[in-house]
Design a protein around this ligand. Structure first.
Ligand code: PGA
Length: 256
């Protein structure tokens, strides 16, 4: 946790979910609105097919709906892509850029991720820029060097208050059940905070830093208590309301 920062728990449904899965979203919204909305922000990043319906179903609740990627251009001949403007048009208020699955599956470079982040911010979307090292990079002691490169080259210079979020997601922890130690996460999050403060001063101090990679209800309290961890980016455990609300409940435990 960082004093003065409202935590964010963001779900990433990846390529999962059909219209009938929105009942889970509804249950998440009900649980969130009932007891949690003063403590944290909740965001669900849906597959593109569900953004509009999810945004409609979230009207009246305080849950935010977002996308998992966007193109750097507003419109044009880019078959299969969606733009940040389209996300906003569908009622989305946020987007993830640079997730390691996009960097790997679609060969996205830091420069591509930067352009996408800039496009998202131009459209006033909350923009979650993901960074993280592979297992090989960690084993060869390159973690901080890789993260420095990703931070310097994929995090934009201009962003509005509260609009930029950085998510640290070690690639080897995503969907594997493996989680770095508390010390490893603390080291990286302090490193990211120092980079952002060195670059942006007070605005860098206010940027939310999420941890992502095998976050579950059973480890959320331990992970969310780490200094400079201001929430989580959750994949698998964001698909079911019980799991996702279980992770959010960590903040009740931390405050009580
Ligand atoms: P996971 O995914 O929670 O399933 O490990 C995290 C992510 O990719 O954001």
């Amino acid at each position: 946790m960082t004093p003065g920062i409202k935590p964010l728990i963001a779900g990433n449904w990846k390529m999962n979910g059909f219209r009938n899965s929105l009942k889970e979203l509804q249950a998440m919204g009900e649980g969130y609105d009932l007891v949690m909305r003063n403590r944290l922000d909740m965001l669900l990043c849906m597959p593109a097919t569900l953004i509009y319906t999810a945004a409609l179903s979230a009207v009246g609740s305080h849950v935010q709906i977002g996308a998992q990627d966007c193109h750097m251009n507003a419109v044009g001949a880019h078959t299969g892509d969606i733009s940040a403007m389209m996300v906003a048009d569908c009622g989305g208020s946020a987007v993830i850029v640079g997730h390691s699955e996009r960097r790997t599956d679609h060969g996205e470079s830091n420069e591509t991720v930067l352009s996408k982040a800039e496009a998202a911010l131009r459209n006033e979307l909350m923009t979650i820029v993901c960074i993280g090292e592979t297992e090989d990079q960690r084993k060869s002691g390159e973690t901080l060097k890789v993260l420095e490169d990703q931070l310097s080259n994929s995090v934009p210079n201009d962003f509005g208050e509260g609009k930029l979020v950085v998510a640290y997601e070690p690639v080897w922890a995503i969907g594997t059940g493996m989680v770095p130690t508390v010390e490893q996460i603390a080291e990286v999050h302090n490193f990211i905070r120092d980079h952002l403060v060195g670059r942006f001063g007070d605005s860098g101090q206010a940027i939310r830093l999420l941890y992502g990679g095998s976050v579950k209800p059973s480890n959320a309290v331990e992970l969310m208590a780490i200094a400079n961890v201001d929430g989580a980016l959750v994949g698998g455990a964001s698909l079911k309301a019980d799991d996702f609300l279980g992770i959010c409940a960590a903040y009740g435990t931390l405050e009580d």
